[in-house]
Write a protein that binds this ligand. Structure first.
Ligand code: 5AD
Length: 464
């Protein structure tokens, strides 16, 4: 059996009658179904890269040092993985720990300055070297495992006024709220008709659904459908998170947005990073499979902040990164920066620029530069945390609708998000402008398999 240029031993799984020379679609070393050659080439194209060998000699010295460090110390680190796990465990359970000093020692071979360097990298030769290094790491650690999430955005009501967000409380938009029946129907369609094995239930912070309402929905889905449920509903109480977990939610998509406490306070009026991290730790402690991370390129954020975000993900031992570029929304006060080219301090009066926060002119960056920063971030994350799961976010696809997804995967990402919100509501869930909503049929065709087998594969892979 062939897999592109490689020939590998795989378990035949459910395609037990396959013969040598047949093309089979397989996931996690197990065959899923037989396919024809045209289909096989189509799949190979999705993940295969066309990186040319990069002339290492031509790369800057600092870059060579970092790569050397990853390659050599990375090997050593594999051996001390157990040790590190203990450290992470201690950190997680030590809830008395006052603040999150982002110390890099003991958690990472890459320092803030190394990461900063990678995030800033430009030039086609350098970038190709960076992405191919990350892509090789992905293949080495995760093979071609691509996880597919379906996201149901069930309400765009929100009590919060986050400065960057298009569905903030003050936004003048069409609001909708799906009923329990509609949510269940959307989940049922996704699971039974389309083969989704992992769905995310996302909304603004909408307390018109009581804790019990939400738990009831989770229970109902779990009772009737063979699917993993991730929730993304904001900062509810620890009691809610525990009950939802017991009701059948196994994952939580909960970003800390930024690890810089000052920036956090500015972006989230009335809220603090401490609160956010407390909730995140509660969820970790309860046992949720966590997807977390931050926004990339918030006005006022520095490259060093982004490096700290990655180090925080690492330090918390988060198994799945959720991070995407900030994109303007006409509904959010931050978008005025671009229009007026004004200083950040003019936004919403109290949004003053503290002296130790270097303003970035990110909001004035071209689309290409934003795309580069996001891809560099994905690659840096992969190199820092070889086994982390990284979904390509919708925001990245919005920056580059034609090939953002492919580029994300080739820069080290290994998971995809599809929007499965019912058509009639989809256009109203606009976290930012021009949100990418087209679905790529080819992934649906090959990435989703019906049947128990693929549910078990996911269970095994994510260990949930
Ligand atoms: N651009 C990109 N991402 C955004 N989010 C909210 N607003 C924007 C925006 N303008 C992200 C936040 C939140 C997630 C659900 O959507 O990071 O956690």
């Amino acid at each position: 059996m062939e897999n592109g240029s490689r020939t590998e031993q795989i378990e035949l799984g459910i395609v037990s009658d396959a013969k040598v020379g047949d093309w089979v679609l397989y996931a996690t070393d197990r065959a899923v179904r037989r396919i024809d050659e045209i289909e096989a080439r189509e799949i190979i194209e999705l993940l295969e890269d066309n990186y040319q060998p990069v002339d290492i000699k031509a790369l800057p010295l600092k870059y060579k040092r970092i790569i050397y460090k990853i390659r050599t110390e990375g090997q050593k680190n594999r051996k001390t993985e157990e040790l590190k796990k203990n450290e992470i465990e201690n950190f997680r359970t030590n809830s008395n720990k006052k603040n999150d000093k982002l110390s890099t020692t003991g958690y990472s071979i890459l320092t803030n300055s190394d990461l900063e360097y990678l995030l800033n990298l430009k030039g086609s030769n350098n970038l190709e070297a960076l992405y191919s290094e990350a892509n090789v790491m992905r293949k080495d650690r995760l093979e071609d495992f691509v996880c597919i999430h379906g996201i149901i955005e069930f309400s765009n009501f929100c009590k919060n006024n986050c400065l960057y967000c298009g569905i903030r409380a003050d936004a003048k938009i069409n609001r909708y709220r799906m009923s329990e029946v509609e949510i269940f129907r959307a989940a049922k369609f996704a699971v039974e008709q389309e083969g989704y094995k992992l769905i995310v239930l996302q909304s603004g912070e909408d307390y018109s659904y009581s804790d019990n309402d939400l738990i009831k929905i989770i229970r109902k889905i779990k009772e009737h459908l063979r699917v993993f449920i991730f929730i993304s509903m904001g900062e509810r109480s620890k009691r809610f998170y525990r009950a939802a977990f017991e009701g059948g939610a196994s994952g939580s998509l909960f970003r800390f947005e930024t690890s810089n406490p000052k920036l956090y306070r500015k972006m989230h009026p009335g809220h603090s990073l401490d609160e956010r991290l407390r909730s995140l730790r509660d969820q970790i402690e309860i046992g949720y499979y966590i997807a977390s991370g931050g926004l990339i390129g918030l006005p006022g954020q520095t490259i060093s902040d982004l490096a700290d975000d990655l180090l925080l993900v690492r330090k918390l031992g988060i198994p799945m990164l959720s991070a995407g570029p900030w994109i303007e929304s006409a509904q959010s006060p931050l978008s005025k920066i671009k229009d007026q080219k004004s200083k950040i301090k003019n936004i919403e009066g109290d949004f003053d620029q503290s002296s130790d926060l270097l303003p970035t002119d990110y909001s004035l960056l071209s689309n290409d530069d934003r795309l580069r920063l996001t891809l560099n971030y994905i690659a840096a994350a992969r190199l820092l945390m070889p086994e982390i799961k990284i979904p390509v976010t919708t925001a990245l696809e919005t920056l580059d609708p034609a090939s953002g997804r492919h580029k994300g995967l080739l820069a080290g990402a290994n998971a995809l998000m599809f929007n499965i919100t019912p058509e009639k509501y989809r256009a109203d869930y606009n976290l930012y402008d021009h949100k990418y909503i087209e679905r790529e049929k080819v992934w649906q065709k090959y990435g989703l398999f019906k049947g128990e087998e693929s549910y078990e594969m996911l269970e095994e892979r994510l260990q949930i």
